[in-house]
Design a protein around this ligand. Structure first.
Ligand SMILES: [Zn+2]
Length: 120
C-alpha cells in the first residue's frame, strides 16, 4: 500500500457518492429477482414470463456487477471493489481501506468551527 498524505475525507465525496450509487444499483438488482419472479410465475403463461424475467435480470445483473467492478476509489484511484480478478463488494476500498461512508463520518466528527481551523 502507498503512503497517503492526510486529506479531508469530505474531498472524496463526489467519488464516494458514485460508489454508493453503484452499490445500491447492484443490491437493488439482486433483491428484485424474487418479487419479479413471483409476479412472472403468477401469470397464466408463466414459463415464457419466467424465462423473460430471468433473461432481463441476468443482463441487468451483469451490467450492475461490471459498473461496481470498474468504479474507482477517490483516494488511491484503484478499483474500489476489485482486487486482481476478485470482486468483493465490501464497504471499504480493497486497496487503501477507505470506507464507503468516510465523507459522512468526517462531517459528523467535525465540529462547525474545526472546519475552518483544520484547513491546510
Ligand atoms: Zn482506495
Amino acid at each position: 500500500m502507498e503512503e497517503h498524505k492526510p486529506v479531508d475525507p469530505i474531498e472524496y465525496q463526489p467519488g464516494l457518492k458514485k460508489i454508493r450509487k453503484r452499490r445500491w444499483f447492484l443490491w437493488a438488482i439482486i433483491f428484485a429477482y424474487l418479487p419479479a419472479m413471483m409476479v412472472a410465475l403468477d401469470s397464466p403463461n408463466y414459463r415464457a414470463r419466467a424465462t423473460f424475467v430471468f433473461a432481463v435480470w441476468i443482463v441487468l445483473l451483469i451490467i450492475a456487477v461490471v459498473f461496481a467492478c470498474i468504479v474507482r476509489c477517490p483516494r488511491c484511484d484503484e478499483c474500489f471493489h476489485t482486487h486482481g480478478p476478485t470482486f468483493l463488494p465490501f464497504r471499504r476500498c480493497l486497496h487503501c481501506a477507505l470506507h464507503v461512508n468516510a465523507d459522512k463520518r468526517a462531517a459528523e466528527a467535525e465540529s462547525p468551527d474545526a472546519k475552518y481551523t483544520n484547513k491546510k
